[in-house]
Design a protein around this ligand. Structure first.
Ligand SMILES: [Fe+2]
Ligand SMILES: [Fe+2]
Length: 262
């Protein structure tokens, strides 16, 4: 099975490049399953039900998020609607290690071409909000998951925490994919027990800015420390993703390839 994981889709520029380039990529690389982090798809801040639908129409199977998940209030009702049915909201995840009574879920179990698979979304705790332990949350979720193909989006800031999660889950999941920093890292590899790993896939969006935001606004914020209303950048748009090939019987990764399309 060949899985495409697309890094944080940022605003309209990110959504547009996905729309333009995804069909050809899926065809040329015979992709079977598509996962994307959509936490920045609404002008950089959050995701709405309409934008989730737009991403599903592009054949993205599961959308993960992170610390920006609550930026658009509509997503709360969308998650609440998902409880008790199997509608599309079930395929939008928020980190699993948030307080458990919050709306939404952090794990999705589905089938693709009759193959069962699972996606887990976790958030780090270093330089981020203090949520539940993502390591022990992973342990707990893995006990409940029967499929061999398991993809983990670890949405975290610190490289050390992300690399630790890679080692912690090596051999137990197909891939640990880092998101959140919006900067791709050149450390993709398959760990010894068969888990594909990368510290950060990078953003799918405008690189002519500071992690997606207009550069002048962010530089101004660093210079003066005054509140600034952030607006998305627009230039140098790139599509950042990884392609993971895995053994369908064991769920172990055979390869991970980093791609950046501009
Ligand atoms: Fe992000
Ligand atoms: Fe984030």
């Amino acid at each position: 099975m060949r899985i495409l994981f697309i890094g944080d889709i940022f605003g309209r520029p990110g959504r547009t490049i996905v729309k333009e380039r995804l069909p050809e990529l899926v065809h040329d690389r015979t992709i079977d399953l598509i996962i994307a982090n959509g936490e920045n798809s609404a002008a950089g801040f959050g995701i709405t039900p309409a934008l989730a639908e737009e991403l599903f129409e592009l054949n993205i199977d599961v959308i993960t998020t992170g610390n920006h998940v609550w930026d658009k209030r509509e997503i709360i009702e969308f998650f609440q609607m998902a409880d008790g049915n199997r509608g599309p909201a079930r395929r939008v995840l928020r980190p699993a290690n948030y307080p458990k009574d919050l709306p939404g879920r952090g794990v999705y179990q589905g089938h693709k071409e009759k193959l069962p698979y699972a996606v887990i979304n976790l958030q780090g705790r270093v330089f981020m909000a203090s949520n539940d332990d993502p390591f022990r949350t992973a342990d707990r979720l893995l006990k409940e998951i029967e499929s061999k193909i398991i993809l983990v989006d670890f949405h975290a800031e610190a490289t050390s925490e992300k690399i630790s999660m890679g080692w912690y889950l090596d051999g137990r999941v197909t891939a640990v994919i880092g998101t959140h920093t919006h900067v791709p890292t050149a450390d993709e590899r398959v760990l010894p027990k068969g888990t594909a790993y990368i510290t950060d896939v990078g953003m799918t969006g405008p690189y002519d800015g500071v992690i997606g935001v207009k550069k002048e606004l962010v530089v101004d914020r660093f210079l003066n420390g005054m509140p600034v209303r952030f607006e998305p950048a627009s230039g140098d748009v790139r599509f950042c993703a990884v392609i993971i090939e895995c053994d369908e019987n064991t769920g172990h990764a055979r390869s991970i390839e980093r791609i950046m399309i501009s």
